[in-house]
Write a protein that binds this ligand. Sequence first.
Ligand code: CFM
Ligand code: HCA
Length: 534
Amino acid sequence: AAEAREKMLDIYPKKTLRKRSKQMMVNENPSTPAEIGANSRTVPGIITQRGCSYAGCKGVVIGPIYDILHITHGPIGCGYYSWLSRRNFTKIRNEGETNYLQYSMSTDMQENHIVFGGETLLKDAIQEAYDEFKPKAISVYATCPVGLIGDDIHAVCKEMKAKLGINIFGFSCEGYKGVSQSAGHHIANNGVFKNMIGLDDTPSKGEYTINILGEYNIGGDAWEIDRILALCGIKIIGTLSGGVTYDEICNAHMADLNVVMCHRSINYMAEMMETKFGIPWFKVNFIGLEGTKKSLRKIAQYFGEKKLIDRVEEVIAAEMSEVRPVIEDVKTRTNGKTAALFVGGSRAHHYQDLFEDMEMKVIAAGYEFAHRDDYEGREVLPSIKVDADSRNIEELTIEEDPERFNLRKTVDRKKSLEESGFAFSDYEGMLKQMKKDTLVIDDISHHEMEKLIELYKPDVIGSGVKDKYVIEKMGVPCKQLHSYDYGGPYAGFKGAINFFKEIDRMTSSRVWELTRAPWHEADEAPEATVSEEV
Ligand code: CFM
Ligand code: HCA
């Protein structure tokens, strides 16, 4: 792996080399991982897979709330790009609800607005949207030019909120606000906390109430998690933000526990809700059989009632009896095959569980925009230097809510569990789970990806649309772990079955042998022909 790393870095000029060296490491001591460079600017000229702050705020965290009317203030491309391309599924679940996500609303900013200002345009758009749809809430997202010309979207939102009498709020999530979509996550968390959380104090009817933070229902993942938790008798107040309504988010502070799926995009919310309302949180992972079982058991242990603990075991046993024959069969073909995963800020870690279930080896992995804590574990948080790019993003000061902090039994419960060794507020990061001497690459470039394929030729790569076809042209199947291509769900038990079958199909197909990688000689014949096999 050290040699492969050298070969990938080989091409870079001095300054780039120095920077990329910090972001590429060989995982020599998984239990005490070394420091990795992360959450820093991408070197101009390098082809990155990253997105922008607007994508992280509107596209990722808030966009999936389906009965808020989302308005992108900016040129039409930004709104178009974030128009369900992430495959965040929604459906109306209760009578009287509305779902606006099939629409993409934008102010469609033109050159003359850039020159003369776009605030009137935004005001008119909010009015038009209100007249047409009468939504409960409207949310406005700033794109790059809005920040550059200085439109005050917050003043417009305030004025229109007073005029129309519905909740209207804006996000200064201009694309350039940070080094990646990660900045947008933080901006979104702050805005959701200020403008939604805590607005509705209606007590929940459920016995064991939780929120799932950082689950966005890509390909229907949240619905599979809902199904399993419902079987266990655990009630979800709000999923932030997959397939969820505005009212559910306003009521989320009434839950007894927050479980965190995607640490990167929503850890801010977990921390703020704990500080203000006393709701403890811990990390879960519903991707993979072991992860799902462990997560369910931890939730049951948190509530600590025998009835629930037994029920969870019954559900696990019943679900596993369906999964077992599939995984036993699939493993006979996937055992020992290799995979490399380069995705976002949490899936490069989460999906390692599913590959482990299949007895495949993850030889290399990396996030696009995660921070050091997502690699090395939250214990490094105090030692992370806050640079100018991160300082740019508001850090809210949260205080205990005098009336609502102690509403539930959670505070004492947390204390007694902690004494027995139960870990709260923790994420151990990706590196500890990865095998010794595997390659870890932050914000991988296209050049590094090509080198990686040349050197390792993994049996499958999990990645995104920006490199999928480059990878496949080189003869390696690529599974999109963002959109899931056209598949999913992959969470929970039924999701695992889908994933096993899909990866088995992809890695067993011989069609990849027929693609000609650039390093093949022009006259070199493909190794097999389809007609011989079929
Ligand atoms: Fe969290 Fe996500 Fe991800 Fe993410 Fe994303 Fe996504 Fe992702 Mo694409 S919130 S960090 S910003 S798990 S959109 S649903 S797939 S890069 S790994
Ligand atoms: C985003 C969304 C994205 C992009 C996926 C990809 C997603 O970053 O704006 O690059 O393939 O999951 O849809 O991460």
